[in-house]
Design a protein around this ligand. Structure first.
Ligand SMILES: *[C@@H]1O[C@H](CO)[C@@H](O)[C@H](O)[C@H]1NC(C)=O
Ligand SMILES: *[C@@H]1O[C@H](CO)[C@@H](O)[C@H](O)[C@H]1NC(C)=O
Ligand SMILES: *[C@@H]1O[C@H](CO)[C@@H](O)[C@H](O)[C@H]1NC(C)=O
Ligand SMILES: *[C@@H]1O[C@H](CO)[C@@H](O)[C@H](O)[C@H]1NC(C)=O
Length: 172
């Protein structure tokens, strides 16, 4: 008797879990992340630099970014949003910590955001968790992959693929 009750509870939980997955929408986003390193239109600003060398971003340094999310690699390609947040040099090995909001400003995702958080090792493909979202991306969970495609003295560009599971709701 007790075992058939626990089996019923077990299968009810499985059913609820699969219903939850069926209700979550999977979205793949592809875009380019453009960062201007210096000049009047710089999109990154170092706010703490414990080193005497202002060109180095070493252990203890903190920066804020307001980078462009664009459809293409070209400087002139359509702006679809901004990546705003904090970058900290938290690793003596050169690794960084990032706390970012991706704020979309175009099309169906206009006004929606994704919270992307995680560790960065420069120069290789960066994998970071998507830890939440707002608007169309409420209840978001997933991951982002960022591949470096331009690394010059003045500019960094990353190609992003973001895979998100989320509820698709805008109202209430
Ligand atoms: C900075 O941005 C403004 C406005 O988009 C543009 O007119 C100007 O040429 C840019 N300056 C540089 C140095 O890229
Ligand atoms: C920065 O320079 C000052 C003065 O030369 C020196 O006393 C200090 O140790 C330096 N700090 C670092 C982190 O190198
Ligand atoms: C971007 O647009 C500016 C002004 O219209 C133009 O001078 C420049 O060549 C364009 N850049 C590219 C890479 O197409
Ligand atoms: C995005 O939404 C804002 C606020 O509702 C609106 O002002 C803006 O025109 C929209 N942009 C686009 C490209 O639809």
């Amino acid at each position: 008797m007790a075992s058939s009750l626990s089996q019923t509870v077990f299968f009810s939980i499985l059913l609820l879990l699969s219903l939850h997955q069926a209700c979550a929408k999977k979205t793949h986003l592809h875009f380019y992340f453009h960062e201007i390193l210096s000049g009047p239109n710089a999109t990154v600003m170092t706010v703490v630099n414990p080193s005497n060398n202002t060109n180095s971003f070493t252990f203890g340094a903190i920066a804020v970014i307001d980078d462009m999310l664009q459809e293409g690699l070209d400087d002139n390609s359509t702006l679809i949003g901004r990546a705003q947040g904090l970058v900290g040099a938290v690793g003596r090995d050169g690794s960084l910590e990032t706390m970012l909001n991706f704020v979309f400003t175009e099309g169906k995702y206009n006004g929606s955001t994704l919270a992307i958080y995680g560790r960065v090792v420069l120069g290789v493909t960066i994998e970071r968790p998507v830890i939440g979202g707002t608007g169309m991306f409420r209840m978001a969970t997933g991951y982002s992959l960022a591949k470096p495609v331009v690394a010059s003295a003045t500019k960094l560009v990353y190609e992003f693929d973001v895979y998100v599971w989320h509820k698709e709701m805008k109202d209430n």
